[in-house]
Ligand binder design. Structure first.
Ligand SMILES: [Zn+2]
Length: 292
């Protein structure tokens, strides 16, 4: 991919990130995420209530030019606005870049499927960003967003199947062979979805619902379908390591007890990013170190 395409994708991603901010911050759980009641109407300063002009809504640039403050009341604008925009821009630029890099020198079918796969994986990561943000704010995982992620996962499997990536159905390639279930992509994806949701349902049963919520169980199924077996296991492992580190930090720093629920989707999204960008190399290095 050439730098101009990457830059255009990045800017487009910033704009989508600004839309994600709007949906995540206005969502209250009583309406469909994309209903006019959630996304309709002009944006206001949450402090002074003033309607924002168009030049105050330019992703990233407005925040930098205004020094992170409202132009009228000088109240601080939350750091989450530019952060979500940047993350979204990074998704739009980096996900197609990685998929295009894989397609170079691959089978003809892989190159033909690359644009569709890039679009579907961008949609999947943008949905994860949105769901993670809503989970962080309200500890709700909207069912309609989980369903959309499921649709993206099914279409991604359709294009992956058509591209004939080789004998293994996992992005880990030959590393996945010892884990089995690599013969047929649909068996692989269905098994990963069932194992993913089953694992979280078991966690709820064991912890009597204090750690995870049913939203996490429902989200684990499309996430499993998207990543397949055994990738989903490593995704969960990465998510739990990140969750444990943040959990310990919160215990030490604040008065939170182990009973306080920690929104888990942000960690699943982190695990998904880790698997997509570094999975094969990190797990290859790990298996090498332990001598497998
Ligand atoms: Zn203001």
């Amino acid at each position: 991919m050439d730098p101009v395409t990457i830059a255009i994708l990045f800017v487009f991603g910033l704009a989508v990130g600004s839309f994600i901010n709007v949906v995540a911050l206005r969502y209250r759980g009583d309406h469909f995420s994309f209903s006019p009641k959630v996304i309709g109407g002009r944006s206001h300063c949450p402090h002074c209530g003033r309607t924002l002009r168009w030049f105050e809504l330019v992703p990233l640039a407005s925040f930098i030019v205004q020094g992170g403050r409202c132009r009228r009341c000088r109240a601080r604008i939350g750091w989450q606005y530019p952060l979500v925009e940047l993350l979204s821009g990074a998704i739009f630029a980096a996900v197609p870049y990685v998929i295009a890099a894989h397609a170079v020198g691959g089978a003809p079918g892989v190159a033909a499927a690359a644009p569709a796969l890039a679009a579907l994986w961008v949609i999947a990561f943008e949905l994860l960003l949105l769901i993670a943000y809503i989970d962080l704010r309200l500890q709700i995982v909207p069912d309609e967003l989980t369903a959309l992620l499921g649709a993206a996962a099914v279409f991604a499997a359709v294009f992956t199947a058509g591209a004939s990536f080789g004998a293994n159905q996992s992005s880990l390639g030959a590393l996945a062979a010892p884990f089995g279930l690599q013969g047929n992509i649909w068996i692989n994806r269905l098994a990963a979805a069932a194992i993913g949701a089953g694992f979280f349902a078991l966690l709820i049963a064991v912890t009597r619902g204090r750690g995870m919520g049913w939203g996490d169980v429902k989200l684990a199924a499309p996430l499993g379908f998207l990543f397949g077996w055994p990738d989903i296991v490593f995704l969960f492992a990465a998510a739990f390591v990140a969750g444990a580190l943040v959990g310990i930090w919160l215990l030490l720093r604040t008065k939170k007890t182990m009973k306080s629920a920690i929104p888990f989707v942000p960690f699943l999204a982190l695990g998904a990013g880790f698997m997509f960008f570094f999975g094969a190399s990190a797990i290859g290095a790990y298996l090498h170190i332990i001598g497998v």
